[in-house]
Ligand binder design. Structure first.
Ligand code: PEP
Ligand code: MG
Length: 323
């Protein structure tokens, strides 16, 4: 079993009927990129950059960030590396950043909201990223986008920094894709509009489920409402994938759901292009996909999306996989 999995390490991820998808790893540090590759990652689907800012007493400098991003990009070579800009706030605090106490931090000033509020902080990260782009295949992703204006503003800051660097004679790649996480229901619903302007989507189900069902992802009292298989979630996932494809863009998923045994067949059927998960799940997911027919899975998606409850969905998938 183990040996069979290891033989898949350098293999592409192909369904039994010949459709290829990409399996990426979620990482939090350059060290993680090593184990991502050891575990057969074809990409980094999510580099959470929070760690660079945490466990210290001041903001990391452009230079310090440049070193770290470059290290990851060099390690990954031509493999796509999606770096998510700072997603601080909510449960993640910085000792040196005195933010106002909020009643509902998860609905408050966090992630891209904070970055747009503190543009100097954001520009520093963008500059470090843009500079590092010469070392690999960089894609930049903004977290917690709720409105198109937020994306436009963030993209504008990115373009301004790129322009400055061009005049300063600092080299960078002209091909950096800029995309967003879809983890707020408004953005999932408006995916067709976003798809005209973003280069890609990555669905963050950890937050998308929390915000759609209004169930705190950490709160055990409402854990029964935290439902990845609720048809509402699956319908949104479909909207996002279809919207991306209509504009010739790609759609990935970097929430926990992307590596779940019952979810993968459905996501394959819905046409997800990239699955990003913890490194330890990659090989078994590749093995599972090699035994699934995408065409077969597609035949079930309309029915799955018409079901009424998460329980119904899970039961249906379980039966479907037995056949
Ligand atoms: C998500 O929300 O699904 C996600 C991948 O981001 P995080 O878990 O860091 O919030
Ligand atoms: Mg999130």
């Amino acid at each position: 079993q183990k040996k069979e999995l290891v033989s898949l390490k350098d293999a592409p991820t192909v369904s039994s009927d010949g459709f290829e998808v990409e399996l990426g790893a979620n990482i939090g540090s350059p060290k993680d990129a090593v184990s991502a590759l050891e575990n057969g990652a074809e990409a980094i689907g999510l580099f959470r950059t929070e760690f660079l800012y945490m466990g210290r007493d001041s903001f990391p400098t452009e230079e310090q960030q440049f070193e770290i991003y470059s290290e990851v990009l060099k390690r990954m070579g031509s493999k796509p590396t999606v770096v998510r800009t700072l997603d601080i706030g909510g449960d993640k605090e910085l000792s040196y950043l005195d933010l106002p106490k909020e009643l509902n931090p998860f609905l408050g000033l966090r992630a891209i909201r904070l970055c747009l509020e503190m543009p100097d902080l954001f520009r520093t990260q963008l500059r470090a990223l843009i500079r590092s782009s010469v070392h690999g295949n960089l894609k930049i992703m903004f977290p917690m986008i709720a409105t198109l204006e937020e994306f436009r503003q963030a993209k504008q800051l990115f373009l301004e920094e790129q322009e400055k660097m061009a005049t300063e004679g600092i080299p960078f790649s002209e091909k950096i894709e800029v995309g967003i996480m879809v983890e707020i229901p408004s953005t999932a619903v408006m995916a067709d509009v976003f798809a005209k302007e973003v280069d890609f989507f990555s669905i963050g189900t950890n937050d998308l489920i929390q915000y759609t069902l209004a169930a705190d992802r950490m709160n055990e009292n409402v854990a029964h409402l935290y439902q990845p298989f609720n048809p509402a979630i699956l319908r949104m996932v479909k909207m996002v994938i279809d919207a991306a494809h209509k504009e010739g863009k790609w759609a990935g998923m970097c929430g926990e759901m992307a590596g779940e045994e019952l979810a993968v067949p459905v996501l394959l059927g819905l046409g997800l292009d990239e699955f990003s998960m913890s490194a330890s799940s990659i090989l078994k997911t590749r093995s599972m996909i090699s035994g699934l027919s995408k065409t077969e899975m597609e035949k079930h998606t309309d029915h799955i999306l018409s079901l009424s409850t998460a329980e119904d969905v899970k039961n249906y998938i379980t039966q479907m996989l037995k056949k």
